[in-house]
Write a protein that binds this ligand. Structure first.
Ligand code: SAM
Length: 348
């Protein structure tokens, strides 16, 4: 939520003598990522939500929205502020990063619920939102199935996940970045975290059989490190379903009104990056593999932050609508690929 987060002066942060050791709190990191993700995903993200909720409200009832793994609570509060006819619930199992003590309108609530267990809602929500949960949830497809049960028919699931690896805009990644990604992939596979899942988010959703085969999909290259100084060099695209290869389009301040926010978010990402890599390794990786990853990690950060080596991290978002009827049997293949547009989706 851009209006809640106060961005520190970039020059203050980047020119700080302690820059090399700058580490963010988890709250700050989540808030910075929130600003960057929303800058990149919008306006489509907000438009799809607004159109969906408007249809519910036009039918004469209040809407229900679930934010899974709400963390700071920022997304849930932001939605409740903008949609007073929506009742929003944020769930989590750990409130140490929660930052939204002043709640608006009385239309947002928070509850301690473990999303890996049976959930206390059936056909209840109009929207279920999940962002950046890949690292916390082994067997992510099970999560999608469990959450689909909490959605009303026609309800929308929103899944937003980043890849953990980084790719160079100018060719293959450096050997240290490659080695770090490979080591991380091996370490996480041992914990049943599927690092390749973000890239397959759309096919994974489709394969459950619970959602309409036409859904909205975004794949965006988030800029990493310092290369966004000066011109906004982010590349992004909007793609519908699986129209591979994704035609990346370059965003500048004329085509992308929020690029100033994005520019600042990209610059600060050097610090988000260092904190993220450190947290990832210290919190998620077993002791035996930690030393290797930590030693590679700092070299990796230096490489990713070098101004002459532009890297990006792919961000994927799926907005899918629950079918009126559940599938009669498990669906294991992709049900078909048909391109559509936001306008046709939101009008249907
Ligand atoms: C990386 S944070 C993302 C927070 C927020 N969605 C965002 O994008 O800023 C992951 C969150 O999921 C929560 N979480 C982890 N496992 C969970 C579970 N089993 N049930 C509910 N929440 C969980 C964590 O406590 C944490 O707040």
């Amino acid at each position: 939520m851009a209006d809640k987060v106060t961005l520190p002066s970039i020059s203050t942060v980047l020119n700080s003598p302690t820059e090399a050791s700058f580490m963010m709190s988890e709250q700050e990191r989540l808030d910075w990522l929130h600003v960057m993700h929303m800058s990149l995903l919008n306006p489509s993200h907000d438009d799809l939500i607004m159109q969906h909720l408007a249809k519910v409200h036009a039918s004469g009832r209040r809407s229900k929205v679930l934010d899974v793994g709400t963390g700071t609570g920022t997304w849930a509060v932001s939605l409740a502020l903008r949609h007073p006819f929506a009742d929003v619930i944020g769930i989590d199992i750990n409130w140490s990063n929660f930052t939204n003590a002043h709640l608006p309108h009385g239309n947002v609530d928070f509850s301690t619920v473990d999303v890996t267990q049976t959930l206390p809602w059936t056909s209840f929500f109009d929207i279920v939102h999940v962002k950046s949960m890949l690292m916390d949830i082994p067997y992510y497809p099970q999560l999608i199935r469990r959450l689909s049960e909490t959605l009303r028919p026609g309800g929308m699931i929103i899944l937003i996940e980043s890849e953990l690896s980084y790719e160079s805009v100018q060719g293959p990644p450096s050997s240290v970045v490659e080695a770090w990604s490979e080591a991380l992939k091996r370490a996480l596979a041992a914990k049943n975290t599927d690092v390749g899942l973000p890239r397959r988010l759309d096919t994974t959703v489709a394969a459950t059989g619970f959602f309409s085969p036409q859904f909205f999909f975004q794949e965006i290259g988030c800029p990493v490190g310092a290369y966004m100084k000066g011109e906004c060099m982010v590349q992004a695209n909007l793609a519908f379903l699986l129209s591979l290869p994704y035609p990346f389009r370059t965003i500048d301040s004329t085509t992308f009104p929020e690029s100033q926010t994005l520019l600042r978010a990209g610059q600060i990402q050097a610090h988000v990056l260092r904190t993220s890599l450190h947290r990832l390794v210290c919190n998620r990786i077993d002791h035996a593999e930690r030393a290797t990853l930590l030693s590679l990690g700092e070299a990796c950060v230096q490489q990713l932050m070098a101004p002459d080596t532009p890297y990006l991290q792919r961000l994927f978002a799926v907005y899918a609508y629950k079918k009126a009827q559940p599938p009669t049997q498990a669906v294991t293949t992709h049900p078909g690929r048909a391109a559509t547009s936001v306008a046709s989706l939101v009008q249907s």
